[in-house]
Design a protein around this ligand. Structure first.
Ligand code: PEP
Ligand code: MG
Length: 755
């Protein structure tokens, strides 16, 4: 049963569109359950009807014709109850509705299961049989499991597959809309550029070849290289392995020398796909043929074919002549866009980001905000294979994007972009104005920097300093740990640029979703694992190098402050202070005279909130990392789009813990700033101002927006709103309150597109 489930689900995932996917489902289910009928009904979001989309066993003419209101028929009942209905004699049921065009009256027994995706009923899968019998428990379980497994694939195929009248997109005039999560504000019109992990054959997108002859040549060369490698391996291992194992090399070689694999790939290239895409298609077809074989030995050959495909792919990649062109207005799209993939696209060409995984607090989204580029995250049904080179629109406010938008939609978005442009010019007027509330309260606004090395720091002109410089990036993009001199030069640049203003450099915070290729750490739960200060204290050689580099960079400038990430024990702060002192001694031995910089901690692990007085006694300042604090307090992975609906830093529990930190800071006269995403969110900023947080640190692209909020809303009003928010039951209620206030002060354009 498990095998059948896997096979059906793989085939459905590989299907080019919704009709093909549904055909596979009805045929496979009818065969494997030996039933007379299998039909799929899908919800038409526009009319709310359930439409018969495909069937095996009912009259084919009924497809597309039979439509049921949700309150009608047994299909409607399954959807209404959101659970299976198993009937021995369906026509006798009071909800049975007879459609003469289906020929359904011939079938007595009925089993219907709902297809549910994220709480929404997408449709109903029905099997029927002539004999009157109740379906067995394991048959029901099989169908329920299959429907649950297929729901995501169906949701995606429907959203992007274009079945007339059943597009789930909300754009009526044309173009398909897919929904994800808002990752970075702004809107953009551009061309999709699919990014993928190079070794992952299944992720390769289809793409038009620039030069067919060149593609064919590159492919043939790759095949030759793989063949040579096999011959070489075969002769090296001759005698050392058994004749059976030796034969495996011969099988591989025969596959490559035989006609079909190479010829079919070349045909697909000539039909208009680039070599990696053509190879992916051909390998998938061959794999499917083998997987369907009854002989277990032959079925196993499917994995050999996959292996072969990967080997050819890796040779193809080495072809520099085939380097891709980055489109003029590139929208980077991927299953899991990483910070380094994003950094590879020239800044002037990148206009948007769309990622199937992740959420607002993933580091890619933070990076997109730092660049001022709109991003949509967590589009979980995103299939990227056929998106490369297509026109797309990214709406980072609503978390929606459009594929092949109609000209009406494009015009509308171009107008919104124009509005945005004008809005940001208006904001520029605030650059040299103080961040002062109408009732005379001065907020300190700091910049978050560091995720990209070449960030235009001049944008941060007029702010009060750097509240968080993430030092990870130089570590992420190199193939080894950067040396002391190298790091010192980078930090010096930052400290110099912000001369006379505080610049908080955070020590290395890798782990979690930031892993170093040259220092792989394999953990089941990386966010609860070896991250931040835990890792650096375990590797004093890495930590001391970084601390010395920071101290060196600070010589003569004296604006450095050092911040420790992921602190969860007082001892970690003590140990770090000891190592900082040692780094100074070592430098003194080399004749470099340094000052002891203020040492602060990130408050981002809930444990620190409950010992906040102890930390205030020992740390020089506190910086609240709301991204992690929210994730750990609410037990919601900041990267997991499946639970992103539960992640909200405006959750009253999070608000209360931040208030505790702010109060402790005041009791102990310690500076408390907030450097997580909440500080750059207009709603979050009002709350933080209201509870008396002294400074907000945010991505450079948010600085002027937040300055505008500060200049509009009196601190007395913010404080009254914060008190109300702290008493509320849910984040939705809190957001409702603050959004209404933003509209009241005509600040609505900060949270949605257009003026
Ligand atoms: C945070 O956790 O809020 C924070 C600012 O740090 P990072 O996003 O880098 O984990
Ligand atoms: Mg953090």
């Amino acid at each position: 049963m498990l095998e059948t489930l896997h096979r059906v689900s793989r085939e459905v995932n590989d299907a080019p569109g919704l009709p093909e996917a549904l055909r596979i489902i009805v045929n496979r289910v009818a065969d494997s359950m030996s039933v007379d009928v299998c039909s799929v009904y899908l919800l038409d979001p526009e009319t709310g009807d359930f439409v018969l989309m495909d069937t095996r066993g009912l009259y084919p003419e009924a497809v597309g014709q039979v439509r049921l209101r949700p309150s009608e028929g047994l299909v409607g009942l399954v959807a209404e109850r959101e659970e299976p209905i198993n009937l021995e004699n369906a026509p006798r049921h009071s909800r049975f509705r007879y459609f003469p065009e289906t020929g359904e009256e011939r079938f007595g027994s009925f089993l219907g299961v709902p297809i549910i995706h994220y709480r929404h009923v997408l449709g109903v899968l029905v099997v029927q049989q002539r004999d009157q019998r109740r379906f067995e428990e394991d048959e029901v379980a099989f169908l329920v499991t299959l429907a649950a497994q297929l729901a995501g694939a169906i949701a995606h195929a429907r959203a992007s597959g274009g079945i007339d009248g059943l597009d789930s997109g909300s754009v009526v005039e044309g173009g398909r809309a897919l929904n994800g999560l808002p990752g970075s504000p702004g809107v953009a019109v551009g061309t999709a550029m699919v990014s993928y992990v190079h070794a992952d054959l299944d992720a390769i997108p289809d793409r038009e070849p620039v030069d067919v002859a060149e593609e064919v040549k590159a492919f043939r060369e790759a095949v030759e290289l793989v063949k040579e490698k096999f011959k070489e391996l075969g002769s090296q291992l001759a005698g050392a392995v058994s004749p059976d194992e030796q034969m495996l090399f011969d099988v591989y070689l025969r596959m490559l020398e035989g006609d079909s694999l190479v010829r079919e790939t070349v045909e697909r290239i000539e039909a208009g796909n680039w070599a990696p895409g053509a190879l992916r298609q051909v390998i998938a077809e061959h794999v499917r043929v083998f997987e369907e074989m009854d002989d277990p030995y032959l079925r196993e050959r499917a994995s050999d074919i996959r292996d072969l495909g990967r080997r050819i792919l890796s040779r193809l990649r080495e072809e520099p002549r085939r380097a891709r062109e980055v489109p003029e207005n590139a929208v980077l799209i991927g299953k899991e866009v990483s910070a380094s993939q994003l950094a590879e696209v020239p800044r002037e060409r990148l206009v948007g980001v769309i990622s199937a995984t992740g959420s607002r607090n993933s580091h890619v989204a933070i990076l997109a905000r730092a660049l001022g580029v709109p991003a949509v995250m967590g589009v979980d049904d995103l299939r990227t294979r056929r998106l490369d080179g297509r026109d797309v629109i990214v709406d980072g406010y609503s978390g929606r994007f459009y594929i092949d938008p109609s000209s009406t939609v494009t015009q509308e978005y171009l107008r919104l972009m124009q509005d945005e442009q004008e809005f940001s010019e208006e904001l520029q007027a605030l650059r040299d104005q103080p961040a002062m509330t109408p009732d005379g309260h001065r907020m300190a606004l700091y910049a978050n920097t560091g995720l990209i090395s070449d960030i235009n720091l001049s944008l941060a002109a007029g702010c009060d300093g750097i509240g968080l410089h993430r030092t990870e990036f130089p570590f992420l993009i190199r193939d080894r740990f950067p040396g002391e001199e190298e790091q010192a030069a980078l930090y010096r640049k930052v400290l110099e640029q912000f001369k006379d203003r505080p610049a908080v450099l955070r020590t290395l915070d890798v782990g979690g979703d930031k892993s170093l290729a040259y220092f792989p750490v394999h953990e089941e739960n990386p966010f609860l694992g070896w991250r931040g200060i835990r890792l650096t204290l375990d590797h004093p050689e890495i930590f001391l190098t970084q601390l010395r580099a920071m101290l060196r960079a600070n010589v003569g400038l004296n604006n450095l402050q050092v911040l420790l990430p992921m602190v969860s024990r007082l001892q970690e702060l003590e140990d770090a202070r000891r190592l900082l002192a040692r780094a100074r001694e070592e430098l003194a031995e080399d004749g470099v005279d340094t000052v002891m910089p203020p040492l602060g901690i990130m408050v981002e692990v809930p444990a620190t909130v409950y010992q906040i007085d102890r930390y205030c006694e020992r740390a020089d300042f506190l910086s609240v990392g709301t991204n992690d604090l929210t994730q750990y307090l609410l037990a919601v992975d900041r990267n997991n789009s499946q639970v992103a609906g539960l992640y909200d830093e405006m959750h009253p529990s999070v608000l209360r813990s931040i208030q505790e930190i702010a109060l402790a800071g005041r009791r102990h006269k310690r500076r408390v700033t907030v450097c997580g995403g909440m500080a750059g969110d207009p709603v979050g900023a009002i709350f933080l101002m209201g509870i008396g947080v002294e400074g907000l640190s945010m991505s450079v692209s948010s600085l002027l927006r937040i300055k505008w909020v500060v200049r509009c809303i009196p601190v007395a009003r913010a404080s009254e709103l914060a008190s109300r928010a702290l008493e509320m039951d849910s984040p939705e209620e809190v957001r409702g309150l603050f959004n209404a206030v933003l509209d009241e002060y005509k600040l609505g354009s900060l949270i949605r597109a257009g003026k």
